[in-house]
Design a protein around this ligand. Sequence first.
Ligand code: TRP
Ligand code: SF4
Length: 405
Amino acid sequence: MLGPTAHNRRVLSGMRPTGRLHLGHYHGVLKNWTQLQYDYECFFFVADWHALTTEYENKSVIRDNIYEMVVDWLAVGVDPASANIFIQSHVPEHAELHLLLSMMTPLGWLERVPSYKDQQEKLREKDIDTYGFLGYPLLQSADILAYKAGHVPVGEDQVAHVELTREVARRFNFLYGREDDFVDKVEAAIKKMGRKNARLYSELRRQFQEQGDHEALERARALLDEQQNITLADRTRLSGYMSGEGRVILPEPQALLTPMAKMPGLDGQKMSKSYHNTITLRDEPEMVVKKMRTMPTDPARVRRTDPGDPDKCPVWPFHQIYSSSEAHQWVSEGCRAGTIGCLDCKQLVIDGMQEELAPIRERAVEFSANQKLVENIVAEGSEKARCVARKTMEEVRGAMGLIAS
Ligand code: TRP
Ligand code: SF4
């Protein structure tokens, strides 16, 4: 069944600038971004405010990583000609929306987001018993809703945040989506479409409401998108009237998971900076070799002739990403029989990794040397993002009873 945002072609995602990006970011999220950018209208941003929730005591971390992270994005192929790249704090509308949403978000919703207690446990050395940290997922909701994004490509750990965003949007629409004169405004808007389109719209609405015909719903939305004579607010009203939800001001987004969401780390846990088990996108070739060669293998294999079991070896998951199915067979048989050496086995992974990293490294050097270009890309992206977010804020303020200045 098509959801309420199935027609929405806008994608938004962000990353915190807290350190060098690694292969986990690349396989878990970035590769997905580079594929989405040609099919969707994409907004990718540096979540510097989110980084501050945990790094507020050492500002250099964020300052040093903002542009470096953008360089990494550009190096992996995020294309500023297709996607808008920007910095969260350069679009203050995110903060305003966060504030407004905080008025209507029950505390309990934030307290029971799984990452809240998890992170507080994990990051004990940091004092994150703060107002800002509790609000982290709500700020994320504001990021997403400011653009009315339909899709949010993220790693698995972020799904709960997208889920919260959906609840917040639903509550917002429920509280503020019902104008007193809604039906009058809808009727006026229908008239503005001209007689032929008005009749078609009404017919499609009847088909959807009486027969649950989702194709009719989609057709009606396409029809609304084509209308030149109606305002954005009217379009939203007519879309809401169509599906019977009142007026959907903030549409509910969906998480878009990358199929290969989990990148293994050098120790068998998931790859993550906090586990110190990463290969970064800018590690030099020698570093890649060193990290791979020293990574643990099946402990049963002390000598080359000792039989092992790939399922007990953290190198094995890397083969799934970096080597061919023939290689899998060679490894699997040779490991179990004790006829191949672990270094030979690892070499296949190293080769695949170097091949993947070489062009990224090269492009990173180029962008790094051209700071001005990177700054311009971000300035342009931030400006475009702001245009969209400003429009949303006008609607949101009005819906919540604030008066335009
Ligand atoms: N919380 C996300 C992370 O840690 C980063 C983020 C902030 C984000 N705002 C977002 C991701 C909005 C997607 C959409 O990875
Ligand atoms: Fe791991 Fe490969 Fe060594 Fe087997 S041969 S233990 S799979 S590194």
